[in-house]
Write a protein that binds this ligand. Structure first.
Ligand SMILES: [Zn+2]
Ligand SMILES: [Zn+2]
Length: 379
């Protein structure tokens, strides 16, 4: 029997424990993966801080991952895109297995829409959560082979942010060339949306966020103007957006801030016939009232609220900007050491995980240079 380390979460305020678990061979519908690289999602930080509901039992977590196939069951022959798989291949995966039989699973390609989703999975049973050394992927998880031509370091820094951004923009319609986009938030989803808005040819890509280092990163990805939330008021930001859009307001506002206060502000920044994509608010938050008869609501062509998540297909299209377009690499803070260990070093300070750049941990056996990244030791 093999053993591997795993990060186990019980409740906010209690240390995330790193414990040893038994690692068994994969069952008929599973893949065993040795974790190489993980990213910290904003939702992981919300979990540690107690912003989202807590399970009664201890759980595993972490859902931004790249690893190497250690053992492949006979039943799984290809990845979700139909690419043949073999042991030793590198996979990028989303560990939330939808049930595959409910009506949402039939209608939606979004695993997060399945009401029977078992996430975060309880500690003690094999699962695909990635803050550990060995993860077990069920065949219903989304897993995509990383082509040898694509540096895996360039993919893991997208985390779940890029598939989320791609899904949002797909559902709301492409950002039109020459339009004015405002992006609320400069976390991974905000960074990804900034890049996609810039690639789409938006005339202005205005990013509202913090801290300074992240705003600088959005500039490198194509933001034409940035505003610090800490250094400006909502009123000043509205005035600036009006000025930058010739008095019209934004044609497209994307909420990727994850805070309740962003919602009424973002709605206000919209111009007539604008679109609002609410994509980051997963906090248990106060309710906001909208009056359908007010002019903004009645004139707004498509005001949309979506549940957070990503379409499975966008795990594949994630590779496109990296493989084909030669883009600026995503900046990130790079932590070096076994992925399952890094919560030991960081747990007492969950806010520090919301650092100035997305946090990525890369296993010692898979170190690579990430351009624009800052490398630190931990543990
Ligand atoms: Zn995430
Ligand atoms: Zn389902």
């Amino acid at each position: 029997m093999n053993y591997g380390k795993v990060a186990v979460f019980t409740r906010p305020g209690e240390p995330v424990k790193i414990v040893e678990e038994e690692v068994r061979m994969p069952a008929l519908d599973e893949i065993l993966v040795r974790v190489s690289m993980v990213g910290v999602c904003g939702s992981d930080v919300h979990r540690l801080k107690g912003d989202i509901p807590v399970n009664a039992e201890a759980v595993c977590f972490g859902h931004e991952a790249i690893g190497v196939i250690e053992s492949l069951c006979a039943e799984i022959k290809t990845d979700r895109a139909g690419v043949p798989l073999s042991e030793g291949d590198m996979l990028y995966w989303m560990p939330l297995p939808p049930c595959g039989v409910c009506s949402e699973c039939g209608a939606s390609k979004n695993p997060l829409h399945c009401p029977n989703l078992n996430w975060p999975p309880p500690f003690g049973k094999p699962n695909g959560a990635c803050f550990r050394q060995y993860a077990t992927l069920n065949k219903r998880c989304v897993f995509i082979r990383v082509p040898p031509s694509v540096p895996p370091e360039d993919i893991i820094v997208f985390g779940c942010g890029m598939p989320t951004a791609l899904t949002g923009l797909k559902q709301f319609g492409a950002i039109r060339p020459g339009s004015d986009a405002v992006i609320q938030g400069s976390g991974p989803v905000g960074l990804a949306c900034t890049l996609l808005a810039s690639l789409a040819g938006a005339r202005s890509v205005i990013v509202i966020g913090d801290p300074k280092r992240r705003l600088e990163a959005t500039s490198a990805l194509g933001a034409t103007f940035t505003m610090s939330v800490a250094d400006t008021t909502a009123e000043e930001r509205l005035k600036l957006v009006k000025r930058l859009t010739a008095g019209c307001g934004a044609s497209f506002v994307i909420e990727a801030a994850g805070t309740a206060a962003a919602f009424p502000e973002g709605f206000n920044l919209l111009g007539m016939n604008g679109k609002y994509l609410i994509w980051g608010c997963i906090q248990v938050a106060p309710q906001h009232q909208l009056t359908p008869s007010n002019s903004k609501c009645s004139e707004t062509e498509d005001y949309g609220v979506n549940r957070v998540g990503h379409d499975n297909r966008h795990f594949v299209t994630c590779f496109d900007p990296v493989a084909n377009q030669g883009i600026v690499r995503f900046p990130c803070a790079l932590l070096q050491g076994p992925p399952a260990d890094f919560f030991n070093a960081w747990h007492p300070f969950p806010d520090k995980l919301n650092r100035d750049l997305p946090v990525v941990a890369i296993g010692e056996d898979k170190l690579g240079e990430v351009e624009g990244g800052r490398r630190e030791e931990f543990g």
